[in-house]
Design a protein around this ligand. Structure first.
Ligand SMILES: [Zn+2]
Length: 508
């Protein structure tokens, strides 16, 4: 794994340079502790420092997380290290629990990614400096530590939430690392509480800048009635996982460079998966400074990036939901697509039980693929051909629950999506961009992108010439797309025109 040389790393540490936060960790050999570069503790001697590119690498080398700077609160940029898509995909699966619990294995994980187990280990070592198992173990420890520090959850619940097989295992791990039981790390004066109604509030740090306004405008313009809402400066939505329902509220704390997430959910085991979805939706893991710098080299993009520094590529909360929206949005405006999605939810979504409701506007969870597949007629006000597409999508998603999860290469993912009736190149690229979080996905035929890339004379490029130009934007074409959409949206009114794409497809 490539790190700057030791002198540069040490200077970052001496100056407590926050630009290295999440990208650099320092293990101190005299204490056995590892820190973020911004740690307020006295700077260790040069000779006592070992530098790592990930928390997992520091932990695998035998260091334990610092209790002062709390490495678990560093921006989670791991998936951005290196350019290995396989590693990014593997990390997404690990954060969903792919290596937690009995029966989980690196071999199964490698199979899902279409690589050999040895190759996966080699890639992890190369890009993260740690093995897949060490990465999973570090995630569990750091997530548990965050829950201990930031919430009032009882320790038994934290053990479950963080993916430890048992409370005993949780206790042993913490005693081994910190020489004390987990409860001893909690400094809160108030006693633990198991009150699910209080919700669990966590802070997710990002690497600044973060264009929160654009993110909220994007989500607000597309908020599905009954499922999502933007109220004031907070995004709200319902959550359904394995038949259980709840909700999340996400706000912004710019001074602390983090998002504040409150989760109301009856099953603590689902917490990591919900947090992972919030991270994906709000794109908190992007190494945005590097991306913006790379894209700014193109004179077409430079002024756009200067105008919206820190613009993120919003993800999809759920793959099926996102894909449905992509199809609903073919050839119509964002507003019309939103209304259709609301109709679909009102007719086929599940009404949320009163106990789980936190907000008057949140009434339903989005219908599952199985439900849409089983419906005899959708009854939506849109062309019959597109309703057939929706049913085909639901059939495919119901038959393969992993349809929208990272799998193989981007080309394979696109080909797999395109095999669904009614999903053409634009829709497949759009789903890859939002739902699969492919940072390099690029729906080149999108009318909004072509408009955004128009020259000063207003002449739009052809999709082919836009694709050629976008070669130099790799591997972050999705961010370039977001900037072009945002610029184009600003010129035609609030909300952008993302879903207007697909016009080129002629209802493929
Ligand atoms: Zn520290």
């Amino acid at each position: 794994m490539e790190l700057p040389d030791r002198d540069v790393c040490y200077r970052a540490l001496e100056s407590r340079d926050s630009r290295f936060d999440g990208l650099l960790f320092v293990g101190v050999t005299s204490t056995g502790i590892y820190c973020r570069p911004v740690c307020p503790a006295r700077t260790p001697k040069f000779g006592h420092c070992r530098f790592f590119g990930s928390a997992a690498a520091a932990q695998e080398a035998g260091f334990r997380p610092c209790l002062r700077c709390r490495p678990e609160t560093a921006p989670d940029l791991a998936s951005w290290r290196g350019t290995s898509n396989t590693v990014s995909r593997a990390l997404a699966l690990i954060s969903d629990g792919a290596l937690d619990g009995a029966g989980a294995s690196v071999e199964t994980l490698a199979n899902r990614l279409g690589v050999g187990e040895r190759q996966l280990r080699r890639l992890f070592l190369q890009h993260l400096g740690a093995s897949p198992v060490a990465v999973a173990q570090t995630r569990r420890v750091l997530f548990a530590k965050q829950l201990i520090h930031e919430t009032r959850m009882p320790m038994t619940q934290i053990a479950t939430a963080a993916g430890f097989g048992s409370v005993r295992r949780f206790n042993e791990t913490f005693k081994e690392l910190f020489a004390r039981p987990p409860a001893a790390l909690r400094r809160l004066a108030s006693p633990a509480t198991a009150d699910a109604n209080a919700g669990v509030t966590l802070r997710l740090r990002y690497r600044p800048p973060y264009d929160w306004e654009s993110m909220l405008a994007h989500l607000g313009a597309r908020a599905i009635p009954g499922v999502e809402a933007v109220e004031g400066d907070v995004y709200l939505r319902t959550v359904e996982i394995d038949g259980k329902m709840g909700s999340v509220a996400v706000g912004h704390e710019p001074a602390r460079e983090c998002l504040r997430v409150t989760i109301y959910f009856p099953v603590v085991r689902a917490l990591p998966a919900i947090v992972a979805r919030v991270r994906r939706l709000f794109d908190t893991g992007a190494d945005i400074e590097t991306i913006d710098a790379h894209l700014s080299r193109d004179p077409l993009l430079a002024p756009l990036i200067a105008q919206r520094p820190g613009l993120r590529a919003p993800g999809g909360w759920d793959g099926f939901e996102l894909a449905v929206r992509a199809i609903l949005g073919q050839q119509i405006s964002v507003t019309a697509a939103r209304a259709l999605a609301g109709q679909l939810v009102a007719m086929h979504g599940t009404r949320i039980s009163t106990g789980a409701v936190r907000h008057a506007g949140l009434t339903h969870v989005f219908p599952s693929a199985r439900r849409v597949a089983a419906a005899s007629a959708l009854g939506l006000g849109m062309p019959g051909a597109r309703q057939v597409s929706l049913k085909a999508l639901a059939d495919a998603a119901a038959a393969d629950p992993l349809l929208f999860r990272p799998f193989g290469t981007i080309e394979e993912a696109i080909a797999r999506l395109r095999s669904i009736r009614g999903v053409g190149e634009w829709t497949a690229q759009y789903i890859a961009l939002r739902a699969l979080r492919e940072p390099d996905a690029f729906p080149a035929s999108d009318i909004g992108l072509l408009r955004g890339a128009a020259g000063e004379d207003g002449a739009r490029p052809s999709p082919r010439s836009l694709l050629d130009r976008a070669e130099s934007w790799r591997p972050w074409r999705a961010y370039a797309a977001q900037h072009l959409w945002a610029a184009q949206g600003a010129s035609i009114g609030k909300g952008g025109s993302v879903n207007r794409g697909g016009m080129q497809e002629g209802g493929a």
